[in-house]
Design a protein around this ligand. Structure first.
Ligand SMILES: Cc1cc2nc3c(=O)[nH]c(=O)nc-3n(C[C@H](O)[C@H](O)[C@H](O)COP(=O)(O)O)c2cc1C
Length: 182
């Protein structure tokens, strides 16, 4: 089973990237899933500034098709201005509509420097993915004060929060297995 993980910002050296790489390693070591991390840093943003909605450039098409070729999608999303990064919305707006996430399992990890761990971010995204007819996995992780509480080698510093994260990851793999692709 393939899980594609999206580090959902283009900010270099982001925590979204570090957490994506950590969860990818964890899933490979502890579950049957094969994982690939996609970085919005690698997204060809310069190809989506001219309003070519529905007519993606070859590079956008290639990025989108590679990302969508999975059984389930895990989004690691930082909080930017009380929501999710604009680059993530641009990425979603250039994906094929309506089929991209139709009945596809998706899961969210929010992270922020602030005290609420991107709760608003994830809830905003759940609305978007509800609109796109995705099947949203109910367990979510919110990592607050990310610089303090997350270590790229060890994960989260609280045993409880690390257990919740691991439960989400194993649960999402089991959940995804229940919705095989056509
Ligand atoms: C444009 C921008 C907006 C941000 N807005 C918020 C915010 O609304 N709330 C918050 O807690 N942190 C905010 N942050 C800080 C991020 O939470 C912080 O950068 C953290 O490391 C997670 O983002 P990262 O994955 O880019 O590293 C913002 C950062 C940027 C670059």
């Amino acid at each position: 089973m393939k899980i594609h993980i999206l580090a959902s910002t283009d900010r270099p050296n982001s925590y979204a990237r570090k957490i994506s790489e950590y969860t990818s390693q964890w899933l490979q070591s502890n579950t049957e899933a094969s994982t690939t991390v996609f970085l919005l840093e690698d997204y060809p943003t310069e190809d989506v500034v001219s309003g070519n909605y529905g007519k993606p450039s070859p590079r956008v098409k290639e990025y989108n098709e590679s990302f969508l070729d999975a059984d389930g999608h895990l989004f690691v999303v930082p909080e930017y201005n009380g929501s999710y990064p604009g680059i993530l919305k641009l990425f979603i707006d250039y994906l094929p509509f309506p089929e991209s996430f139709f009945k596809r399992p998706v899961s969210f990890i929010g992270e922020s420097q602030g005290a609420f761990g991107a709760l608003r971010t994830v809830e905003h995204l759940q609305g978007v993915f509800g609109y796109r007819n995705a099947i949203v996995y109910p367990e979510r992780t919110f990592i607050r004060r990310v610089k303090k509480h997350f270590d790229p080698e060890k994960g989260l510093d609280s045993e409880l929060h690390q257990t919740l994260l691991e439960n989400q990851l194993t649960g999402f793999v089991d959940f995804t297995a229940r919705f095989p692709r056509d």
